[in-house]
Design a protein around this ligand. Sequence first.
Ligand code: SME
Length: 147
Amino acid sequence: MDAAAIVERVKAIIAGEGDGRLQAVCELLKAEIDHYDWVGLYIVDAPGGLALGPYAGDATEHDRIAFGEGICGQAAQREETFVVPDVSKEDNYLSCSIRVKSEIVVPIMRDGGVIGEVDIDSHRIDPFTCADTELLESVARIIEPLI
Ligand code: SME
């Protein structure tokens, strides 16, 4: 499936019904894109605090992350997409698995503030291009009403 088809599929999932829609979006992205090895959402559930939401991939110990902490917390603080091509070169990083080599985090915005994030881990070094940023920023806008 190309990016345009993935966006259409995400729209269709969100337009549907049921509690499993965000989970289905995570699973779709992980299944369709080879370099996405973990796909999850973090949700702002308190001022300056992110809680793990639906995800596809291995369980993670990082079920709560403060703004400013790790790649997720830095993206929340900066209010912009944060791409880390090689996590071994990032000091402020929360490791989930030694297999993870790179990460992209895209904030989900509402009314000018961060309400959540799309977080992708990859087992490859430097796999993310502007195509990933564009796709995931579209996905973030489409899923925003469900956050
Ligand atoms: N690596 C993230 C933590 C979350 S996991 O990738 C699931 C970080 O540094 O914020």
